[in-house]
Design a protein around this ligand. Structure first.
Ligand SMILES: NC(=O)C1=CN([C@@H]2O[C@H](COP(=O)(O)OP(=O)(O)OC[C@H]3O[C@@H](n4cnc5c(N)ncnc54)[C@H](O)[C@@H]3O)[C@@H](O)[C@H]2O)[C@@H](O)CC1
Ligand SMILES: [K+]
Length: 472
């Protein structure tokens, strides 16, 4: 799992480092890592470092300082470097060093001309001390770089972003590569801000960071944690999933959830939903059984619509006291108390309704709202979207492996709820079920980028899971 820390946590670690190591200059470590990353980028992209033309946008703080010391190193390696101090002031020692190494200082007007001929724009305008958004001349440069297709390497984070927020300001740089120091910050991993960062490279500058703000899963984490069958496995030990989803109006959601549960490796599925879906599942998925019986976890809510008797339908399933995935329409009907080990799977709109707030409030602070729901219902919340947040009642946050943007389509959530129910039935706790379920669906979608329907992506899950056995 990859640790994510807030800007404040990084600042505190920096202060502690300076107190313990008074003679060490962290900016030089950052500049070393940054220069090396730019060098690799130029080598990988064709022009190479010798003779490459760099435009460096330098802000007033230490982010600009990092950029200036790195620029000096790159100039000494043969780059032709032009510097624009975007706010007049620039890190004094850094500027002196860059000029001594042969970097040329230019003004705003010259920066536009220099950009057109640059192989790369180094964005050292603002880092973790930046307020969101860009002043007009810098915003213009950022836009021109995009229009001209000039690659941007961002120092620490693309200027204009708030380090701690998933929501990007309208004006920011759009980086091809972001070179960050000490730790990943929320903007590097949370969509849609993360899409402004491009590839993210972390440079270790020796900071000692405490408890992370969140942990982000990588594919290897999922491979290590996925429950695989062994020589003593049978259908009961692998887990029996009870599915009570679908309605007269929405039978498809029930089919999709059942497809998801089956392709994630359920030992057995008992489908207990109403008529139309039951018939469709009988025809399409012959291994699914039908009717009541012993199960180890329930999946409820997907495709229920708004029917009289839904509250009783939910209460009846929760009365079993089993771990339950509560999805979609059942989220509107939550009682005050849920059995231990339940998983709520709202998207932003459903979470907003659950908490009686506007959807925009949830998208502005997804984690805060997911925490509020997890605390109120003492259940794990999987908040779905471009970033999938797994939030536990104690406030801990995990981030699932991200998927391609193609996954944003009707039916993905139904499949995901089915995958999670299989993992609950296999005995995983709700947080692990959510993390693994959301991640494996994303990994399956990554195998088939394109507008494939969610059931096609579900049918890709066995190949991903089969690969876990090989890795372990
Ligand atoms: N904290 C750390 O551990 C380390 C920080 N380093 C670098 O230092 C950076 C942080 O430096 P600073 O704290 O000096 O902050 P920044 O360099 O991010 O920016 C602060 C300056 O920009 C001005 N400013 C903020 N928002 C603005 C806006 N929207 N438009 C115009 N001006 C704005 C502020 O008034 C201040 O003068 C990091 O991002 C990183 O690049 C590295 O040198 C290594 C270690
Ligand atoms: K920056």
């Amino acid at each position: 799992m990859i640790a994510v820390h807030t800007a404040q946590q990084v600042r505190e670690a920096e202060q502690a480092f300076f107190a313990a190591n008074p003679g060490v200059d962290l900016m030089q470590r950052a500049a070393d890592g940054l220069a090396e990353a730019v060098e690799n980028f130029l080598e990988g992209r064709g022009p190479g470092v010798d003779g490459a033309r760099l435009l460096v946008a330098v802000g007033p703080g230490n982010n600009g300082g990092d950029a200036l010391f790195a620029a000096a190193r790159l100039a000494r390696l043969g780059c032709r470097v032009e510097l624009w101090a975007t706010h007049g002031d620039a890190h004094e020692a850094g500027l002196a060093e860059a000029q001594a190494a042969g970097c040329q200082q230019i003004d705003a007007g010259q920066a536009t001309t220099a950009l057109a001929e640059a192989d790369l724009l180094l964005d050292g305008v603002l880092g973790i001390g930046g307020r969101p958004g860009l002043d007009a001349p810098v915003a213009t440069l950022a836009r021109e770089a995009r229009d001209l297709g000039i690659p941007v390497v961002a120092v620490d984070l693309p200027s204009g972003l708030d380090a701690d927020s998933s929501t990007p300001a309208e004006e920011s740089f759009h980086a091809t590569l972001t070179v960050t120091f000490g730790a990943l910050k929320p903007c590097h991993v949370l969509q849609p801000a993360a899409s402004r960062c491009g590839e993210v490279r972390l440079v270790d500058i020796g900071l000692e960071l405490g408890e992370p703000w969140a942990l982000a899963a990588a594919p290897g984490d999922i491979a290590q944690r996925w429950p695989l069958p062994g020589p003593t496995s049978d259908k009961y030990s692998r887990g029996v999933v009870g599915i009570d989803t679908g309605s007269v109006h929405y039978p498809g959601a029930a089919v999709l959830g059942t497809v998801g549960a089956l392709h994630a490796g359920a030992g057995m599925i008992r489908f207990c939903g109403p008529g139309p879906a039951d018939g469709l599942i009988r025809a399409a998925l012959p291994s699914v059984t039908h009717g009541e019986g012993r199960v180890q976890a329930w999946l409820v809510g997907s495709g229920w619509g708004d029917e009289p008797g839904d509250a009783e339908r939910l209460a009846g399933r929760l009365a079993d006291g089993l771990p339950t995935v509560v999805d979609a329409d059942a989220l509107r009907l939550l009682p005050d108390h849920l059995p231990a080990g339940c998983l709520l799977t709202p998207h932003a709109g459903e979470l907003a309704r659950l908490l009686d707030v506007e959807r925009e409030e949830v998208t502005a602070d997804p984690i805060g709202h997911a925490r509020a729901a997890a605390d109120r219902w003492q259940a794990v919340v999987l908040l779905k979207g471009a970033t999938q947040y797994v939030v536990q009642p104690d406030g801990a946050v995990w981030l699932a492996v991200p998927g391609p943007h193609w996954s944003a389509q009707a039916g993905s959530g139904d499949v995901l709820a089915g995958i999670c129910a299989t993992l609950l039935a296999a005995g995983l706790d709700a947080a692990r079920a959510a993390l693994l379920g959301a991640s494996v669906q994303a990994m399956a979608a990554r195998r088939r980028p394109g507008p494939y329907p969610p059931d096609d992506i579900a049918r890709e899950v066995p190949a991903v899971v089969g690969g876990f056995e090989v890795v372990r």
